[in-house]
Design a protein around this ligand. Structure first.
Ligand SMILES: O=C(O)[C@@H](CO)OP(=O)(O)O
Length: 343
């Protein structure tokens, strides 16, 4: 079976690796892949579909130095409209802040420290999953932190479509090779989960691990409020919200938005401040507006992406809530198909 994988781009060089000699279409050129890899000099467009046999390799932002590596699991043949092969004219984007973590419970500054969920956090994640269980999800993005990953995975246990979320391991070639799936059908029933530190909580510098109340008592409530909720004032040796927004929004624009454009329904499980940053971008909030935005743990927020615009649709309260599915005909149809499939 022909499996080609985008390995890397260096300047204008696109390197494809193949597990067998096979033909691969790159743009409008048909090329032969060699067993041990193939190098091709190509002026590639920003977004292009590269196909090998029946599979599509979706190359995102190939003209930048950092390229998303997309293997077969990452590019299911269609977005999940059970399973229509038409590119939809609108897709769902769901944002979830992770459930309560052990350090949320202890009221400690957490930032990039990798702390798991509490029992309450587990329950919140399951409840979030229940709320979104009839909304299509084709791809999941999470931070590299376990609390966001646990939240995404627990939420997906509730999804009525019953696809299996699978974390992609792109750390190196062996990690990729050793986690490869060899069944087309199994790939079809999977949801790729892409993790990136760029969606992490903002790095809280020398406040990480300190108690929020004790820090306020020591440095004054005003100072601590400034560190926590100003836009451009960083905590000692940490990131301001503005700095967090720079990397989180850049990641969203470079990696997630192209997938939405290509018709994928997406769930992002991340953190208070990385999500506030992304919401600032989606809702075009000013720096004054974003500092008053507070996100609760485990509450999913739904957006519809249509004609290049993000339309905020609030938070689904229940999978059967009429209001959510009245938002768009496509969501209503998807839920109906799930009902038909499951009864
Ligand atoms: O401690 C943290 O990492 C964050 C989120 O819990 O705190 P804050 O409420 O100050 O953004």
């Amino acid at each position: 079976m022909a499996i080609a994988m985008l390995q890397q781009t260096v300047g204008g060089t696109l390197q494809l690796l193949s597990n067998s000699g096979t033909h691969c279409n790159v743009g409008n050129r048909s090329v032969r892949l060699l067993p041990k890899g193939f190098k091709l000099e190509v002026e590639f467009p920003k977004r292009a579909i590269y196909s090998s046999g029946k599979r599509k390799l979706n190359v995102i932002q190939a003209s930048t130095s950092q390229t998303s590596v997309v293997g077969p699991l990452l590019a299911p043949s269609s977005s999940d409209t059970l399973d229509s092969h038409m590119k939809p004219n609108e897709v769902a984007l769901i944002l979830i802040r992770h459930g309560e973590s052990l350090w949320n419970e202890k009221n400690l500054f957490t930032g990039c420290v990798d702390v798991p969920l509490t029992n309450k956090g587990v329950e919140e994640a399951i409840e979030a999953g229940h709320r979104i269980s009839s909304i299509p999800v084709d791809m999941i993005y999470t931070s590299s932190l376990i609390r966001a990953q646990m939240t995404a995975m627990l939420a997906m246990t509730q999804h009525r479509r019953k696809k299996v979320p699978i974390i992609l391991h792109n750390e190196d070639e062996r990690a990729r090779a050793w986690s490869k799936i060899y069944s087309e059908d199994t790939i079809e029933q999977s949801i790729p989960v892409i993790t990136s530190w760029k969606l992490n909580e903002r790095m809280y510098g020398e406040l990480q691990g300190l108690n929020k109340q004790e820090t306020a008592d020591k440095f004054g409530h005003e100072k601590v409020h400034e560190w926590r909720r100003s836009y451009d004032i960083p905590p000692p040796n940490g990131e301001s919200l503005e700095m967090c927004a720079q990397r989180a929004v850049a990641y969203f624009r470079d990696n997630i938005e192209p997938q939405l454009l290509s018709g994928k329904n997406i769930l992002i499980s991340a953190h208070g401040n990385s999500l506030r940053s992304i919401i600032m971008y989606l809702d075009k909030l000013t720096s004054q507006e974003v500092i008053t935005l507070e996100l609760s743990t485990g509450i999913p927020m739904l957006y519809i992406f249509k004609e290049g615009k993000f339309i905020r649709r609030g938070s689904p309260v229940a999978p059967t809530e009429a209001g959510v599915y009245a938002y768009t005909r496509r969501l209503a149809q998807y839920r109906q198909k799930l009902d038909d499939m499951l009864t």
